[in-house]
Design a protein around this ligand. Structure first.
Ligand SMILES: [Zn+2]
Length: 249
């Protein structure tokens, strides 16, 4: 699969694409399908992979895609086993996302970057990890002095930033150029394997810049707001903040 056919990285709003089946592996627990292009995100960076369906153009038959993942350089689709048969190599299909779930993940992912941006800008706390599901997520920080009062303040600041309608941009930079951006160091861009020559970044203009492979909304206004649903200590230094999305008003 040509990297240019991995549309999630260049156009997060592509929810469907016509594609051709390149390979099938029906030997395992779930049938695996490789297409020549796809809109499915394979998961990574705390963002779960997409779900959706594959529809065969010739007869309208559909298969549920229960997940996707990277395998070698390809994005492979895992089908739910049900009924009989799998698509055949050469079939022309439409690869369709469960868009409401994906869009919720995009809003959630951008919200978490806004949280990172605020916590870094105003408290200089490094992010050490994170995870999300549609509509909710958590981030871990090296944030010794975090407290309940501070968390309320952070929630308010993040919501102010989201309301500020900041554009969210995707850039792909040569490795050397990416390494020269001081902000990227906090997301441990220097841990990337030596073979990677280009670094994809997500910029919330004026707030946050991170090396990131995920899918994001184009403007923070689309996120709506956040509510902090909990925070906890994972040790003296390491703290976890949990958030959920609040619908745009
Ligand atoms: Zn991210």
């Amino acid at each position: 699969m040509d990297p240019a056919g991995q549309l999630a990285y260049s156009d997060a709003y592509a929810r469907s694409v016509e594609a051709r089946v390149l390979a099938i592996d029906d030997s395992g627990e779930a049938p695996i399908v490789v297409l020549d292009r796809t809109v499915f995100y394979p998961g990574g960076g705390g963002q779960p992979s997409d779900r959706g369906q594959i529809l065969r153009t010739s007869d309208g038959r559909t298969w549920t895609v229960r997940g996707a993942r990277k395998s070698g350089g390809d994005i492979v689709h895992e089908l739910e086993r049900g009924g009989e048969g799998v698509p055949a190599v050469g079939d022309v299909v439409s690869a369709d996302l469960d868009w409401s779930r994906r869009h919720l993940l995009m809003r959630t992912h951008t919200a978490l970057h806004a949280l990172c941006g605020v916590v870094w800008r105003d408290y200089e706390a490094l992010v050490t990890g994170g995870n999300m599901e549609p509509g909710a997520g958590r981030m871990d920080f090296e944030f010794e002095r975090m407290s309940g009062d501070l968390v309320d303040e952070i929630e308010e600041k993040v919501n102010t930033e989201l309301r500020s309608a900041r554009d969210v941009r995707v850039n792909v930079l040569p490795r050397e150029q990416a390494f020269a951006i001081p902000d990227l160091i906090r997301t441990k861009v220097n841990l990337l394997p030596p073979g990677i020559e280009e670094i994809r970044t997500i910029e919330i203009v004026g707030l946050d810049l991170q090396a990131d492979g995920g899918t994001h909304v184009a403007n923070t206004r689309e996120v709506g707001g956040i509510r902090v649903t909990g925070y906890e200590s994972k040790g003296r230094i390491n703290k976890r903040i949990r958030i959920e999305l609040v619908e745009p008003s």
